[in-house]
Write a protein that binds this ligand. Structure first.
Ligand SMILES: [Fe+2]
Length: 211
């Protein structure tokens, strides 16, 4: 299935690292915290959509490895402050396919939630995402949940190339758009759950902070 879905895309070479070798290398790095927070927000959104705790937990677990393919990227590209070149953008986009392959090599079900989350979390509801450009409910639900959680955490966190934004600003960007991010990128049902649970997400993301 992965091979079919990636048939039209260039995913480069197979990942060279084992899954847990890759995970251990990031235990103290921002990506580790990103994965954990996206997992927690995914759990909250899945619960808000009516999934029982077992189902929400399965999706949250999948969400915690959604960016594992980032290990395929060079540190320079990941941390670069300047605008990325076309080649670097292509390298960045390969992390979805790399992640799916890494998980499959580690024994995850090729059609399961973790592989779906890794492969499809940058798809957009309006079909403008990657790697496959699928749209709407053709995008697996777990990936539609991770897409919102991923953008929330990415905007809240400081990176070498950008400052952290506060909760209210991030909510405005996700719900109203800002030129780069548009509500059309997200499942409207998931967006409604995000809006209805924004305060809980704020507390979940930074339990000791006021922002
Ligand atoms: Fe990603």
């Amino acid at each position: 299935m992965i091979d079919q879905q990636l048939a039209s895309g260039d995913i480069g070479d197979m990942p060279s690292l084992g899954l847990f070798t890759a995970l251990r290398q990031t235990a103290d790095e921002p990506l580790f915290h990103h994965e954990a927070k996206v997992g927690l927000i995914t759990h909250l959104l899945a619960t808000a959509l009516g999934h029982d705790n077992g189902s929400a937990a399965e999706m949250a677990y999948a969400a915690t490895v959604h960016d594992v393919g980032r290990h395929s990227m060079s540190d320079e590209t990941f941390a670069k402050c300047d605008a990325l070149t076309e080649d670097e953008i292509a390298e960045l986009r390969r992390h979805t396919g790399y992640g799916a392959l890494l998980l499959e090599k580690a024994g995850f079900d090729p059609d399961g939630l973790a592989v779906q989350a890794a492969l499809h979390h940058h798809e957009r509801y309006d079909g403008t995402g990657y790697p496959t450009g699928i749209s709407g409910e053709a995008i697996p639900l777990v990936a539609r949940l991770v897409a919102v959680a991923d953008v929330y955490d990415a905007l809240r966190a400081a990176r070498p190339y950008k400052p952290a934004l506060d909760h209210a600003e991030v909510c405005r960007i996700i719900l109203e758009g800002d030129g780069r991010c548009s509500p059309s990128h997200f499942d409207p049902v998931v967006l409604e759950a995000f809006r209805d649970n924004a305060e809980a997400i704020r507390r979940l993301w930074a339990p000791a902070a006021a922002a």
